[in-house]
Design a protein around this ligand. Sequence first.
Ligand code: GLA
Length: 740
Amino acid sequence: MTHVDQRRRTLCMQLLGGLAGIVIDGPVMARPSVDEAAKVFRLDGEGVTYAFGVNSEGQLQSMYWGSALSSQDRLPAPVPVPENSSNEMPVTITPFEFPGFGGGLTVEPALKVTFPDGVRDLVLRYVSHQLDKDRIVVRMKDASRAVHVTLTYAMDASTGILARSAVVENRTASWIQLDQLAAASINLPYRDDYRLSYLTGRWGGEFALQTRPIEPGSTVIESRKGVTSHQANPWIAISQAGTEEESGPVWFGALGWSGSWRIHVDMDALGGVRATAGYNPFDFAYRLKPGESLASPVFHAGYSADGFGGASRLFHRYQRERILPGAPQPRLRPILYNSWEATTFAVDEAGQVALAEKAASIGVERFVVDDGWFGARNSDKAGLGDWVVNRQKFPNGLAPLIKRVNALGMEFGLWVEPEMVNPDSDLYRTHPDWVINFQGRPRSEARNQLVLNLARKDVYEHLLTVLDKLLAEHDIAFLKWDHNRAWSEPGWPEAAPGEQQKLYVAYVENLYKLLAELRRRHPKLEIESCASGGGRVDLGIMALTDQVWTSDNTDPFDRLLIQDGFSHAYAPGIMMAWVTDAPNYLNKRVTSLEYRFLSSMQGSLGIGANLNHWREEDFAAAKRLVAEYKAIRSTVQRGNLYRLVSPQRGAARSSTLSVAQDGKQAVLFAFLHSGGRRNPQPGIQLRGLDPKRNYSLRAISGSATAQTPQVASGAYWMGRGIDVVLEGDFQAAAFVLDGA
Ligand code: GLA
């Protein structure tokens, strides 16, 4: 954990107080070391070495990031790249750990500062360092002005994942303005065959995996929307030509920040490749008074020699063991029912009780009432902001419903969208100044709503008070926390002169503080991060929320691609996936209930169908599959994921395998888009099993014929594989392998 991470975690810890399970430091430590003579620093974790040093100019220079080196290997002191031509000055072609904009730097800086006298030149030099448990802290300072930067490098021993961040402190006598601040600049070894993978999307189509060659020039992925966004997710992976799913090098990283962010990947004129990740410099300006400081978000970066599969397994583990609430052993996700697709805004006590009874009958563990329960909320036109129970819909409040839900053996959960307001609401009528806006300019609405300025103290306190009251007065185990629009007119008229743009950072800091404080006051509370589906999924929000809503697109076939993209970056255990109705509300596709279940069972299972329309056989099938899921969920949610057959590029088939950490159970899912017996369906070779252990195979569900023995060794299942033959449109099968 980095210094900033630690600071934020400490803040969260102070706020979280009694929240069980949050771990400040994991049990195993990485080894930070320094060669004092050469001023070379090393972090060694499982399978990975990261090294940097101080060069003759006092600059921090990247040296190595890749497969673990021997502890005996001595890296020579770094040397700045000599001037190549008068157009490529050494600062621009030397790989720096944290370059300031200055001294001729023309590649992407990690920090850019404007001083009151108009100087915009920052040359950072090494001052001191400190080794502490799993981390190295390096202090740097501008060549002449008192701008101090503290870099933290913390490596998680068991995954070799490095958390990097920076704190900038103004020790000058006047203000300085930060125009740009990144967590880190990370340089890759010199190679000429890199590929960049990243995730893009839109509402209903999140986590689309993109890959392109890295060539001279830049690739920018970013959000300017105030929120993480659907459009791009702050995760990248850099591979080489020839890297495959299970082999070859992959360098990967993700930024833990839920506001506007940017990752800039570029190749300079001499072929050096670097990634710079941090606050989005677009429209960024953050003034620091004398004595003030600003911390960057944390960039979490890892390396795997085992392809994209190896990279994502490491990252999933890191998220479970280091990031998520409850780490290193986050609670298994309860199976939930959510009424949104069944009832939309038409919620009332009788209707919800009827659904709850049906949900309980199939083994659901948590019942969630979505939008529509509060204020004058009968559509998306009114009521947002008024977090009081609608007495027309719930004449006796929520208590009788919660009591019934609890009596049925389920936890109760509720949807909220605290950061938003409809102009047609009591809150907005009372506090029209509480929204993000530019003085005297139109306030653009989206979904008939505006964004509250959570950076304001009064807005923060109001939200804390109303949400705390809601949670104190009701037995609420879970909040689905939504954020349904991108920002517009990002102004903060009441801010001190020159400080309006602090909004981008202050808003998100208060969001984190609010979530942490609510969790501290209500230690059993769990939270889902939702933003019109998967618009706020990142490692920042993940530290404070237990699960995420992957997409409003609940079509089980579309989901295969969305889930595949998601799994490249994020842990399947937090990926909520509901079984909803057919035809699907969004694309009208008709699929069988079983197919819908199997698609959802690849993540954390939920049900979002209108149970009032189910037939007896649907309940029977659902009950059986819910019970099956309970028996495999620990493997799916905490196991190692192998993407055996990719659904990308319109593939006819796809398949995943989850293997329990102890190797004793594995779960195989296989899907066919369209086809038949005559289409070749090669056997699926499993991975990650214990070759010597015998596993018995059992079909959980599905229409497949599998020509296979019932019991065989891990070596057999991995070598010979299973012939899963599916026939027709949208067919699926799932098998569990139990090890003896
Ligand atoms: C967003 C969410 C949905 C649902 C609606 C309610 O779109 O992503 O799941 O909660 O809001 O208005």
